[in-house]
Ligand binder design. Structure first.
Ligand SMILES: [Cu+2]
Length: 103
């Protein structure tokens, strides 16, 4: 009897994760470029950056998010509000990208 609530909770979490239709949108960082530089997303989606370079980068949008993306690793952020979010790498400000979030 004690295991049932746990199962229900797990099922509820799983359903909540899929009911919203949240997606993961991948951006590759390769040779100091965000590829693609512009992505479209919906509120609740995850933006996942995969850093293929041998140097660390960030995805930084002042006042919105600041994601560390170490060399060879990944970093992510969940976008919650509608809008256009310009971002750059703090270490290499010539690296720029944009996330356009709309319902
Ligand atoms: Cu960088």
């Amino acid at each position: 009897m004690s295991i049932l609530p746990g199962l229900l909770l797990a099922a509820g979490l799983s359903l909540a994760g899929t009911a919203a239709g949240a997606a993961t949108i991948e951006v590759t960082i390769d040779q100091m470029e965000f590829k693609p530089a512009v992505v479209m997303a919906r509120p609740g989606d995850t933006i996942l950056w995969r850093n293929k370079d041998v140097m660390d980068h960030t995805a930084t949008s002042r006042g919105n998010f600041d994601v560390e993306i170490p060399a060879g690793k990944s970093g992510s952020v969940v976008v919650k509000a509608d809008g256009r979010f310009e971002y750059e790498c703090r270490y290499h400000p010539n690296m720029t990208g944009r996330i356009e979030v709309a319902r």
